[in-house]
Design a protein around this ligand. Structure first.
Ligand SMILES: [Zn+2]
Length: 510
């Protein structure tokens, strides 16, 4: 299908809905939800039948690989089995069409129904492949979007208006917004209707999936340097040819997260106060005897819960803008990016929620997309083979560095470790995926002063923060302001700053 082949980007417009249109949309979203749940249920049933079948057991015993390649015989056998039990995207489409004819017909077009079926099928597939433990049915008001397959049937955008089975909804278009004007010059592949709950009110948007590459702000020039990138749990290091940066990664989200935690605790206290009978004396929730317990939701509880979801939404929006800012900063240096493939899941276990709110994987995939859209490249190397956080490029030996050690020290090199890892990533040979030590040796003398400058710049920003107390810098300010001169004391002070930031954010977040 042509729409999957060409690059796309999204432009979003607010919809100017009337109350009648709003209720119609809500009914359609809920119909979509029911269809989704039905397809999900049917998919799960079929998956169960497959797993209980004798054939399944037999195929599973076949070797996964043959001569180092995936075993084709096994893959094909599974494919046949899926067909037999009608567990394919096509079959779930067919199933959706069947229900649609009975009661969904008047609300949702066939193509929209197919997209919903695909979404449900993919969710079940994730479970089938072991990528997800379970699938979730959508509860009332939990289904927030619907989309078509083209711009000619179902959801249609034309002349700044969204047409949808009898409805004509004007879109709010700001003619002075360059981003929107740019988007509207492109061909619409298909439209997606989105509902967001903002301050307990429903707001509706249309997302136009457009053919082409996203708008590039003319103020954001695109650089041409090759970049080594290191994203750590709380830092981000960028190493180009003539420029380098060491920054806190999304540290601005910490106050948001604090607020969120506070509300969560408040919510919990409120729930306990109104439902004392549901708790044991030691504070744990009582196991219910029959079915689910009765939980009373007080007005106060509802108000806090509303504030919490609003805080959540703001946090996500804030994160998105911080990611965008950092990505643009990287792209102004260059678009050919090399980095280590980082085990975010493992991090999450070590650092807890402070990683979750920063969403490094989301950052990486967004960076990849934007770099590629700008004509660049994104190369990731497996940590196991490169071991960039351990190795020294002079003696090529692994230097044991506990995570608490923020400096790489070996063979007369002393460098902040994230910047050093970024430097090594830059020197990885993309073909072999291993460090090109000869190249590193050539580049190091030129880059060392650039990296050192990045360290002292980061240090200056850190101590220059308006509210040092909130970051735990108050001690640093008095300790170091008099003695920051030689490079070593800068690096030591920086070390303390970083470790304090780290401790501070962990105390708050875990
Ligand atoms: Zn060494």
């Amino acid at each position: 299908m042509r729409q999957t082949k060409t690059p796309s980007f999204i432009t979003e417009l607010s919809l100017k809905t009337t109350p009648v249109q709003e209720s119609t949309i809500l009914v359609r979203l809920d119909t979509g939800r029911q269809l989704y749940n039905a397809c999900l249920g049917e998919g799960l049933t079929r998956l169960d039948l497959i797993r209980q079948s004798k054939e399944f057991q037999a195929i599973q015993k076949l070797p996964k690989t043959k001569d180092g390649e995936p075993n084709k015989e096994r893959t094909d056998a599974f494919k046949q089995l899926n067909k037999k039990y009608r567990f394919t995207e096509y079959d779930i489409h067919h199933y959706a069409a069947g229900i649609r004819n009975s009661w969904i017909n008047e609300h949702i077009g066939i193509l929209i129904a197919q997209k919903i079926a695909t979404r449900a099928f993919k969710a079940v597939q994730k479970k089938a492949f072991g990528m997800a433990k379970n699938v979730r049915f959508k509860g009332k008001n939990q289904f927030d979007s619907l989309e078509g397959k083209n711009n000619t049937t179902g959801l249609i955008f034309r002349n700044n208006t969204l047409y949808w089975s009898g409805m004509e909804i004007p879109c709010i278009v700001d003619p002075d917004n360059d981003l929107i004007s740019y988007g509207l010059k492109h061909r619409v592949k298909y439209c997606r209707l989105v509902r967001r709950k903002i301050n307990d009110r429903n707001r509706f948007y249309v997302q136009l999936i457009l053919e082409g590459t996203p708008y590039q702000n003319p103020n954001n020039t695109i650089g041409t340097e090759e970049i080594g990138l290191d994203v750590g749990p709380s830092t981000i290091a960028v190493v180009g040819d003539t420029r380098a940066e060491l920054k806190q990664f999304c540290s601005e989200l910490i106050p948001d997260q604090k607020k969120k935690r506070k509300l969560q605790r408040k919510l919990d206290r409120s729930r306990r106060a109104t439902n004392p009978d549901n708790y044991n004396e030691n504070g744990t929730v009582k196991k219910s005897k029959k079915g689910s317990k009765n939980w009373i939701k007080s007005n106060r509880y509802k108000a806090i819960s509303l504030e919490l979801s609003e805080t959540d939404r703001k946090l996500a929006a804030h994160r998105k803008s911080l990611h965008g800012r950092d990505i643009n900063e990287i792209l102004t240096i260059g678009t050919r990016i090399k980095t280590e493939d980082v085990p975010y899941k493992a991090w999450q276990k070590m650092y807890g929620k402070s990683i979750g709110i920063r969403a490094p994987s989301m950052f990486m995939s967004s960076l990849t997309r934007k770099a590629e859209n700008a004509g660049g490249s994104f190369d990731e190397f497996p940590t196991q083979t490169t071991k960039l956080s351990q190795i020294c490029h002079i003696c090529e030996e692994a230097v044991k560095k506990p995570l608490s050690m923020r400096w790489h020290v070996c063979c007369n090199i002393r460098m902040q470790r994230d910047l050093y890892s970024g430097f090594l990533a830059k020197c990885v040979d993309v073909n072999t995926g291993s460090l090109d030590a000869a190249r590193a040796k050539i580049l190091w003398p030129g880059l060392e002063p650039i990296l050192s400058e990045a360290v002292s710049r980061a240090y200056q920003t850190a101590i220059g923060k308006a509210s040092p107390a909130s970051f735990g810098f108050s001690g640093i300010l008095s300790q170091s302001s008099s003695l920051v001169k030689p490079a070593t004391s800068i690096s030591e002070a920086m070390d303390v700053v970083i470790s304090q930031m780290r401790n501070e954010s962990h105390r708050e977040l875990i």
